[in-house]
Design a protein around this ligand. Structure first.
Ligand SMILES: [Zn+2]
Length: 134
């Protein structure tokens, strides 16, 4: 990439998530009251509104629910063609992400994917996904 991705800085709500990424750990939030699992990090449960959220270590595996191949990038950090996908994690949350490390023509719905990490200039790592190889 010729220019860094435009990624929001870490803040009070996301600090623990980003700290875990520096160790290549993908974490989710689990509500202590209702058990709902969510991603991205928030200050409350989006299911019941409770603010007691536990950190849950994600498996890093999921499946592609939907995707598109982008041929005209909206920002110089993105080199087309590239894949934008909705990935349903094994733990439940659906994340908007990129599928990397493969030819875009290899990507299909329902494929199994696993997390991979992209280094960010400030030391954080961005979780992306790649096709699961057996
Ligand atoms: Zn809840």
């Amino acid at each position: 990439m010729s220019e860094p991705r435009p990624i929001a800085p870490s803040d009070q709500t996301t600090a623990a998530f980003w700290e875990a990424t520096s160790k290549q750990e993908l974490t989710l939030q689990k509500c202590s009251a209702c058990g709902h699992v969510q991603h991205y990090p928030r200050g409350f449960c989006i299911s019941c509104g409770q603010t007691h959220l536990e950190t849950l270590q994600a498996s890093g595996f999921g499946r592609i629910v939907s995707f598109t191949i982008v041929h005209r990038a909206p920002h110089p950090a993105f080199q087309p063609p590239y894949a934008v996908a909705l990935v349903e994690l094994r733990e439940g949350p659906v994340v908007l992400t990129n599928i990397v490390g493969c030819d875009p023509d290899e990507i299909a719905c329902d494929q199994s994917v696993q997390v991979t990490w992209e280094d960010l200039p400030d030391g954080r790592k961005l979780p992306l996904f790649t096709l699961e190889r057996n």
